[in-house]
Design a protein around this ligand. Structure first.
Ligand code: DC
Length: 227
């Protein structure tokens, strides 16, 4: 393939974006980039330093010393530490929206994200990929699902990973993050004008993957390999 293709998948917390984005990337042999994991890693670094994630000045002060490396197998390394599991823990989940609302941190993450997408075909998921990070992406999908449905998926995911949480806490966390993500001043969560909205509430993972592959085929003309 001569031309690089960018697929942007945005949407609220726990809409199942990463699971399907990963599968779509694998089927197309594109690189999957989980931008939420980058904000989570930064949050981990702030907390590891003993700083308060609600303190914008303190959190931004460590930008020059935070390194984040993302590997094809999903491993996330922050400042040399494998944080793949730690960034999914509730203490990070409940603080990451503060970190993701700070403009200077976003600008640093966006630079990294654009650099990662510059030289290869990617499926990138997040909140502002179609609107801000990759405004020229060939395919933009805005994936939504009801709060109950998203909380149930995130709760099941936590259980399967052995991360202790209550369902009520997950609902509260999803609602809180929706609010902060969509009300922040800089690059808030919202659909790009040229995005395709996909409500995944009634669909299983395979159906969502197939729906996204159909949209990619329609927008770019690329043939979808058998899967
Ligand atoms: O997708 P996730 O739940 O791992 O995202 C973690 C947080 O990071 C979430 O509160 C929204 C924020 N985020 C963002 O603001 N912009 C992105 N491109 C990706 C995630």
């Amino acid at each position: 393939m001569d031309k690089h293709i960018s697929v942007a998948i945005d949407g609220p917390a726990a809409a199942g974006k990463s699971t399907v984005a990963k599968r779509v990337a694998k089927i197309l042999n594109f690189t999957y980039i989980d931008t939420g994991a980058m904000y989570r890693a930064f949050t981990w670094a702030v907390m590891e330093k003993g700083l308060d994630p609600q303190d914008e000045k303190a959190s931004c002060s460590i930008i020059p010393e935070v390194s984040i490396d993302m590997f094809e197998d999903g491993t996330v390394v922050c400042n040399g530490v494998d944080v793949t599991r730690a960034i999914r823990e509730p203490r990070v989940s409940s603080n990451v929206s503060y970190i993701a609302s700070y403009k200077d941190i976003r600008l640093a993450m966006v630079d990294l994200q654009r650099a990662m997408a510059a030289s290869k075909s990617v499926v990138m998921d997040g909140r502002d990929i179609g609107t801000y990070v990759l405004p020229n992406a060939e395919v933009k999908i805005f994936q939504i699902a009801s709060v109950e449905c998203r909380a149930k998926r995130r709760y099941d995911e936590n259980v399967s990973k052995g991360i202790p949480t209550s369902f009520e806490d997950v609902v509260a966390d999803v609602e809180k993050r929706d609010y902060i993500d969509s009300h922040r001043a800089f690059a808030p969560l919202k659909p790009a004008e040229d995005s395709v909205e996909l409500d995944t509430s009634p669909l299983n993972i395979e159906e969502v993957v197939d729906a996204i592959l159909a949209i990619i085929h329609e927008k770019t003309g690329i043939e979808i390999p058998c899967h």
